[in-house]
Design a protein around this ligand. Sequence first.
Ligand SMILES: CC(=O)[C@@H](O)[C@H](O)COP(=O)(O)O
Ligand SMILES: NCC(=O)COP(=O)(O)O
Length: 240
Amino acid sequence: MTKLSVNINKIATLRNARGGNVPDLILAAQNCERFGAQGITVHPRPDERHIRYNDVRELTKVVSTEFNIEGYPSEDFIALVLEAAPAQVTLVPDPPGVLTSNAGWNAIENQVFLKEVIPTFKNAGIRVSVFMECDPEQIKAVAQTGTDRIELYTEDYAREYPNDPEAAVKAYREAALLAHELGLGINAGHDLDLNNLRYFTKEVPHLAEVSIGHALISDALYLGLENTIQRYLREIEMAQ
Ligand SMILES: CC(=O)[C@@H](O)[C@H](O)COP(=O)(O)O
Ligand SMILES: NCC(=O)COP(=O)(O)O
C-alpha cells in the first residue's frame, strides 16, 4: 500500500508569519501522525522561509513514523541531515532562490556529484531518494548513482490531469516500470491533491510513498486536518 507522507512546510509558513510559535509545528506533526499520516516530510530551504534548521532538530526527536527531509545537498544541508538521522533524505536540485521545486535532477550531468554525495547518507543508515522527472535516460543514469529510490516529480501530471488523465499519467507509469526493473524504489510528489491522487496511485505501479503538502494543508483550512488526512488516505486506499 502506498504510504502518505504529509509535508508540513506550509504549517511553518503560517507560524513564521507572526514570529511566534502558533501554530506549533511539533504538535502539528504529532497530530498528523495521530490522524493517520504514515510519514512527515519537511523541506528546509537555505532561506528558512518555512521549515527552519532547528525545526528539523526538534522534529526528529518526536516523529514516530517515517521522517523524510528534502533539500539540495549543500554542506549545511548534509550536516543537518546527518545530525537528524531521518528515515529518508530526498535530494532535490533546487537553487536557493527558487519559489518551489520546479525540476528533477539531470542525473546524467550530475552523476559524479550524486555518486559522491549519496554514500554519505547511506553509510549513516539513511535511505536516499532522488527527485526525478520521467525521462527514461535520466532514470537509467540515476540508477547508477547508488540511490535507493527516486521521487517522481508530479507537477506535469497535476497540470495535465484535468485535461487528459491517461495522457498525464502515461510517462509516470512507464518511468515507474523502468525504475522498478532497475531495482529502484519509487516515491512521488508535488502538486498532488484530492482530485488527482486516486488516479495516480491506481495507475502508477510499485509506488511506495507519496509526499503531499501544499494542497493537503490548504484543504485542511476548510475540512480540518484530521478529516483531510483521512480523506487523502481513503483516496489511496480506494486506488489499491
Ligand atoms: C520537492 C517538492 O516537490 C516539495 O518539497 C516542494 O519543494 C515543496 O516545497 P515548498 O513547500 O517550499 O513549495
Ligand atoms: N515531495 C513533494 C512534497 O513533499 C510536497 O509537495 P507539495 O504537495 O507541497 O507540492
